[in-house]
Design a protein around this ligand. Sequence first.
Ligand code: HEC
Ligand code: HEC
Length: 211
Amino acid sequence: MNSRWPMMLIVGAFASPVVFAQAPSKPDAAKAQQIATQVCAACHAADGNSTQPANPILAGQHADYLFKQLNNFKPQSGKPAERPNAVMAGIAANLSVSDMRGLAAYFEDQKPRLGAARDPELVKLGQAIYRGGVLSKGVAACAACHGPGGAGVPAQYPRLAGQFAEYTAAQLKAFRSGERANDPNRMMQVVAGKLSDKEIAAVAEYIAGLR
Ligand code: HEC
Ligand code: HEC
């Protein structure tokens, strides 16, 4: 305990201008972990491997995507949130930019638990859509953007592999109705807009088992 005092004095004497210059953008890993355990854990689990299908798994998701979503849950300068959600709006409202960066990095670093699909019939249709799209309706293959294994592409396309089918289906329906409109160039609204309920259920089931 006592040995920390000399260190703090040294830091206090020499480091303050540097700390000041970095403060706005540098995430604080210790603070992020604390928020994750005290706030996010209730719904997403401390390691981001949520056990409730309504609460998405965050573990292993790309940090840039997580950071963007946290921003999108906040109403921006008088305009409604691009991704309206009553629960996450309240949570995001209390996070600073550096908290959001720290939390995004923290959850990206967590190891995702392997998911599993349950319905083999749905999985067959889902796999066809995921890998080849729906030719007759001009629906692009999910794999073209999210990758054949659902790993996504950092900064561009989110990871999907192993996510709860219930959550994935709910997001596809939200894109389809336009309730969720935070996708750049309406990429997901165009894709999901042409999918039937059955096709959404099938591709969501396939994604749950992707690894
Ligand atoms: C009371 C439950 C609850 C708490 C606490 C909570 N979340 Fe969420 N979170 C949700 C729900 C529900 C969703 C899905 C929202 C939707 O359907 O659009 C979500 C979605 C998200 C998403 C979007 C994920 C994706 O794949 O697009 C991120 C990022 C996120 N939460 C981060 C956090 C962080 C960080 C914390 C802690 C600071 C937190 N959440 C605390 C319930 C919660
Ligand atoms: C042209 C590229 C593209 C194609 C094709 C595409 N997606 Fe996406 N998808 C995106 C982008 C970009 C986002 C991130 C949107 C954002 O920033 O919120 C996204 C987000 C998602 C999300 C939300 C993830 C989350 O955690 O909330 C789901 C689910 C999804 N896509 C499923 C699919 C499925 C299923 C297909 C195939 C039927 C598909 N996507 C095809 C680009 C694409």
